[in-house]
Design a protein around this ligand. Structure first.
Ligand code: C5P
Length: 405
């Protein structure tokens, strides 16, 4: 039996020639036993009629936010609660922008805003529109918030041009929706992630810190939650919004980060240390703001605790993943850290020759364990985080089953 049999799926259809494929999508979802309700936007209706969609979905079609008779039947809030998943196919550039901005001016965007169900979008548009910075930024925001984006395929387009913009085929979308209902690779697993920089106070207004933005650690925490884990994020000071569905503990210094990690470690199965922890802190933090009277000043620094190494040295440590940002001999240095700190896996992050390695939305990662290396390539931090969590889940389960045999 399909994993979507008996589930409630809202299919959103926005304006685009690929809307005709959504007739096939609704039919396929019904064939697999799903209960399907279609919500079509005004632009979507220009491409496909509600009558056709009613026939293929077997339910009345919803097309208006401010319709008293529709609200008396199944209104937008009821529909938002009814949905086990929402899939928007095709998702136009306009709809993606609405969703990314949180607009609630059509039934479909309101429904997405009001629902706690997982949202999947299958974009379809002219390739130039897809590649525009504005669209890519909106797509990236949606990914960061946990929306699954089924990337458009490259091929000939209705406009006669060739490029990335073709909606994924209904068959692929159904396959993804069925897979996403299957148990996640980290279902029932407790994951703790450290992220961001630490600030080591010199006095009440000044601190030693670094350029870490926290984006990679936050993306890893979100990917772990999507894979079914229960996630605690221990975050140094960042400008990022707390990710949905994740318990966030905010800390400032390395010592505070260590204390937060220690208080959660006993219930942790996987610890992922993505934080850029300051290696040293001022020996004395001044109680009052320091004056600039002297022509020179020397600050004495003392070593901070190594959070990863001290967790790995515990009697029964969790599965531990570290990050190693390296400017030279990346693999050798990462493997050296893996062995010294006794981690299970190191994520090497080559930053050789890069002008601006920190704060960017992109990264390049290589996984290093005792015997092997796996290059995850260059991509956005959000996509790399999804692949990284897949790899961590495989290795964690392999170690776990080796322990119990
Ligand atoms: O030695 P290095 O700082 O390069 O090691 C990086 C790894 O160790 C990262 O996973 C980082 O989060 C972790 N680390 C730590 N505590 C420290 C320093 C680094 O947990 N004091």
């Amino acid at each position: 039996m399909s994993a979507i049999a008996g589930t409630h799926i809202v299919v959103g259809i926005t304006g685009g020639i690929a809307a005709y494929k959504s007739v096939d999508l609704t039919r396929r979802l019904r064939d697999q036993g799903a209960d399907v309700r279609v919500v079509v936007t005004p632009a979507g209706k220009a491409f496909i009629t509600p009558l056709t969609l009613q026939a293929t979905s077997g339910n009345p079609v919803h097309d208006s936010l401010l319709d008293t008779s529709a609200e008396a039947g199944m209104g937008h809030i009821e529909l938002a609660r009814w949905a086990d998943q929402i899939v928007v196919a095709p998702a136009s550039a306009d709809f993606i922008a609405r969703l990314a901005t949180g607009l609630a001016d059509t039934l479909l965007s309101t429904l997405c805003l009001a629902s706690e169900a997982p949202i999947t979008i299958a974009p379809a548009m002219n390739h130039v529109m897809w590649e525009k910075t504005a669209t890519q930024r909106n797509v990236e925001s949606l990914r960061t918030w946990g929306v699954t984006v089924l990337d458009p395929r490259i091929g000939p387009q209705a406009c006669g041009e060739v490029g990335p913009g073709r909606m994924q085929e209904p068959e692929e979308i159904v396959q993804y929706l069925a897979q996403s209902r299957s148990p996640g690779s980290l279902d029932g697993v407790q994951v703790m992630v450290t992220a961001g920089p630490t600030w080591e106070a010199l006095d009440p207004v000044r601190a030693l810190t670094n350029h870490s933005s926290g984006k990679m650690g936050y993306a890893v925490a979100t990917a772990a939650r999507i894979a079914g884990a229960s996630v605690t994020l221990i975050s140094g000071p960042t400008a990022l919004a707390p990710p949905a569905g994740i318990q966030v503990k905010s800390v400032v210094s390395a010592q505070e980060m260590l204390a937060a990690v220690e208080s959660n470690i006993d219930s942790t199965d996987i610890l992922i240390c993505a934080a850029a922890v300051a290696d040293y802190r001022p020996a004395d933090s001044m109680p009052q703001k320091m004056k600039k009277d002297a022509p020179e000043m020397t600050i004495k620094l003392v070593r901070n605790p190594d959070i990863l190494a001290s967790m790995a040295a515990r009697p029964s440590p969790p599965f531990i993943v570290g990050f190693a940002a390296e400017t030279e001999r990346t693999i050798d240095n990462a493997r050296g850290k893996l062995e010294r700190k006794k981690a299970d896996l190191m994520v090497a992050n080559p930053i050789e020759g890069k002008d601006k390695p920190f704060g960017s939305d992109r990264n390049a990662l290589v996984l290093v364990d005792r015997n092997t290396e796996l290059d995850l390539g260059q991509d956005t931090k959000v996509k790399l985080a999804v692949n990284l969590i897949d790899e961590i889940a495989k290795r964690f389960h392999a170690k776990d089953s080796a322990k119990s045999t």
